[in-house]
Design a protein around this ligand. Sequence first.
Ligand code: ZN
Length: 116
Amino acid sequence: MEKKCPECGDKIIGRADKKFCSDACRNAHNNTLNKDNKNLIRNVNNRLRKNYRILETLNSKDKTKTTKEKLLRLGFSFDYFTSLYTTKTGSIYYYLYDQGYLPLDNDYYLLVKREM
Ligand SMILES: [Zn+2]
């Protein structure tokens, strides 16, 4: 069976277990993979950092209340958090590092700070 280089599409000549046509293509391919992974991690880290800054700004004391609208207006993304904490009564706190929030009724949010 003829194999093709995943980087350039050329036919691979040589050992059966060879995956790329050349070292150059193998390196280029691996660099691309690494770069993509780094971009993904960087993007997620940026989102987490932004969320954290928003919570930190709103919750300047230890505890406060805010609204969903306010969080969204500041660019908060509810998809990104670092950990969850479920209380005995079943309430779920979402944490960005030491800053947390608890969804309340009517689109209100309780912002809390955890002792680290
Ligand atoms: Zn190639």
